[in-house]
Design a protein around this ligand. Sequence first.
Ligand SMILES: NC(=O)c1ccc[n+]([C@@H]2O[C@H](COP(=O)([O-])OP(=O)(O)OC[C@H]3O[C@@H](n4cnc5c(N)ncnc54)[C@H](O)[C@@H]3O)[C@@H](O)[C@H]2O)c1
Ligand SMILES: O=C(O)C(=O)C[C@@H](O)[C@H](O)[C@H](O)COP(=O)(O)O
Ligand SMILES: [Zn+2]
Length: 367
Amino acid sequence: MSQTVELKVDLGERSYPIYIGENLIGDTGAYLNKHGFKTGSPILIVTDETIAPYYLDTVVNSLRSAGYTVVTHIVPAGEQTKSLSMLEAIVTTALTGNLDRNSAVIALGGGVIGDLAGFVAATYMRGIRFIQIPTTILAHDSSVGGKVAVNHKLAKNIIGAFHQPDYVLYDVTTLRTLSPREVRSGLAEMVKHGLIWDEAFVDWLEESASKLLNLDLDALKYGIHQGCRIKSVVVAEDERENDLRAILNLGHTIGHALEAVAGYGELLHGEAIAIGMVGASLLAQKLGYSSDIYTRTKALLQKFELPVSLPKHYDVDAIMEAMSHDKKFKEGKMVFVIPTAIGKVEINRNVPAEWVRETVEQLKGEA
Ligand SMILES: NC(=O)c1ccc[n+]([C@@H]2O[C@H](COP(=O)([O-])OP(=O)(O)OC[C@H]3O[C@@H](n4cnc5c(N)ncnc54)[C@H](O)[C@@H]3O)[C@@H](O)[C@H]2O)c1
Ligand SMILES: O=C(O)C(=O)C[C@@H](O)[C@H](O)[C@H](O)COP(=O)(O)O
Ligand SMILES: [Zn+2]
């Protein structure tokens, strides 16, 4: 029997554990019980059409066996689902299912489900409790830290809240059914965690790319553990992104703009931020930092078979316009997360807009 690892997100009275292990979803009811959820109020599970056939019954049966009343809401898979209309539909299910203030919402899925279901939990009756059961590699990032949101057609994650889960139950065995494209996309955020914080982790990622791409469970558990550890430390330091937390946005300024301009879903989140991280390393070069950062970042992303260049048909003006909605920008100033070495970044508030435009153009020429 493999061991379950437990990490803590240290946020004072909002602290919570992340459990990482194998075959955990069959114990969903027991974990709910351990965390003090009473059986008198219904539990809402939000998941998507791809995940439901694989895992929903296991979770529902576990909850029912533990005495809970269960309500389910299944949404279409994909980024388009992170919308206000979907939020409203789920709230309708919550109301007709009689969820009350002691109820909880379980997000069973990837980042789309976590962000959407989390925003339902943050807003339903002005906030009820919420549990993350991540089923993608990418969700080692999205399930931790409490950022929940839906998209607006002009800007990613622009309607949202901070709402921490009660705990994260990460069953890595669910990752075996991910498509290769989703595996690669999720690994982009793992690379990001290495690049912002930990060169030794980057060394390990360089050595372990093929194991991770082939879903080796030990490699996945280690990579997810390290990614969650880095995320937890940053979030514990600056929960509401007043300063340090912005480093988790490496590659996202360009990446989010690409997702919005492409129409949500054409580029997966991890693919968009992979291109964005190459962009940030090009900006680092312009700012005078070593060109090794660019070379190593690009090579690492290529090892993970992620895109490193921008498709030629993308409109640079539209990307610049979409970028102007970035949540880090204040008083008209562009703010970028810039790698200053492998494993280190700075938040730079003085990047000239012309350099950004030049970088986006340059990304079209990357091979
Ligand atoms: N809140 C945060 O801090 C945070 C952090 C990073 C990313 N995000 C958000 O997360 C989203 C991306 O997350 P994602 O990549 O997990 O997307 P996702 O939730 O859309 O999942 C990716 C795809 O994989 C499928 N899938 C999920 N689990 C599966 C499984 N075990 N087996 C087979 N198929 C499975 C889904 O149906 C979907 O089609 C973006 O919207 C991004 O903005 C949020
Ligand atoms: O948790 C964070 O903080 C992050 O920036 C993590 C990102 O990977 C994630 O994509 C997040 O949703 C971006 O947040 P946003 O505030 O830039 O929309
Ligand atoms: Zn992200």
